[in-house]
Design a protein around this ligand. Structure first.
Ligand code: FAD
Ligand code: FES
Length: 289
């Protein structure tokens, strides 16, 4: 099977769009599902989300945020016409397709790309969907597409302050995110809130939502390896029970998630991830000399 890159472009700072030939995924994928991609021979497997697809033409669109070594390597080494080694999927459960009523669907940073197919399908089903995208100013994606797909798209951008370090800049995003969610929930009556984004931001938003007692669903992003339920790397505690996000999720009831555990587990490999990225950057610089 060939997973040819039909199109590749940078759509915003550190956000890369890949349109990939993957007919078996395009034929079956439903909003809320994901794929596991291996791009290089000695590379790791990473979970990514089909954002758009064409069942007849057999392609899917993936949008990656350049975060660490693998996403950076994909951005710098892959060209249009190249092939990905493996694209496994569709994996995970489709998002629940119901008439919830008035829905607030939130995407923090590149999380909005995962919100897009779900929010669009909910709107098509007759829900009144407001999407909220909170991110840094140069990282806005899918604005036009969301404006067309849902009832209302709210975009909140935060400038990157070059005098502050990245974690402090990210705290500004969290602040804007929670303030905006509070403002929307105070002004209007929502039946359901849905969110995709870093676990820390999800917990911060959940703490606001629960004050209003509104049901909330969260798409969780624990570390994944196989993505098919065989290893448990993606385990999360939900309602006191161990669940595997790749087969029981990735969508869960935010009120049931053990957020502290999820946040701690997400940081387990930080040292190794930083080392892998530094080694890659060094190799890149070496290669250029
Ligand atoms: C169901 C699901 C869907 C996702 N969809 C998208 C998407 O559409 N676009 C996108 O940009 N990102 C998506 N992600 C996150 C993406 O998998 C990580 O950004 C990617 O693995 C980072 O790899 P890296 O080597 O560049 O960074 P690393 O340096 O390896 O990691 C940086 C951070 O990424 C996360 N991460 C790393 N490896 C994994 C892994 N194997 N599984 C899950 N998280 C990991 C961790 O939080 C880690 O701290 C998704 C994650 C999940 C679980
Ligand atoms: S990634 Fe291995 S069980 Fe979910």
């Amino acid at each position: 099977m060939s997973y040819k890159i039909l199109e590749k472009k940078e759509i915003a700072m550190r956000n890369i769009w890949y349109r990939i030939h993957a007919p078996h995924v395009a034929k079956k994928v439903q909003p809320g599902q994901f794929v596991i991609v291996r791009a290089f021979k000695n590379g790791e497997r990473i979970p990514l989300t089909p954002v758009m697809w064409d069942r007849d033409e057999g392609w899917i669109v993936l949008i990656t945020f350049i975060r660490g070594r693998t996403t950076m390597r994909m951005a710098s080494e892959l060209k249009e016409g190249d092939e990905l080694l493996n694209v496994a999927g569709p994996l995970g459960n489709p998002a629940e397709m119901e008439k919830f009523g008035k829905v607030l669907a939130i995407g923090a940073y590149t999380g909005i790309v995962e919100v897009y197919p779900i929010a669009r399908a909910w709107q098509e089903l007759g829900n009144d969907v407001t999407t909220l995208h909170v991110t840094f100013e140069p990282m806005v994606v899918l604005k036009d597409e969301l404006e067309e797909a849902v009832g209302r798209h709210v975009l909140e951008t935060v400038p990157i302050d070059p005098n502050l370090d990245f974690p402090t800049n990210m705290k500004n995003v969290t602040k804007r995110l929670t303030e905006k969610v509070r403002e929307l929930l105070e002004k209007e009556e929502y039946d359901m809130v849905f969110m995709v984004g870093p676990a820390g931001d999800q917990r911060a938003v959940f703490n606001v939502v629960k004050e209003f007692g509104i049901p909330m669903k969260s798409d969780l992003h624990p570390i994944m390896v196989d993505g098919t339920g065989m290893c448990g790397a993606c385990r999360v505690t939900v309602g006191g029970e161990v669940k595997f996000a790749c087969i029981d999720g990735p969508e869960f009831d935010a009120y049931q998630v053990n957020w502290d555990e999820l946040i701690a587990r997400s940081g387990y490999y930080t040292d190794m991830e930083q080392r892998a990225m530094q080694e890659y950057m060094k190799a890149l610089q070496g290669g250029e000399q």
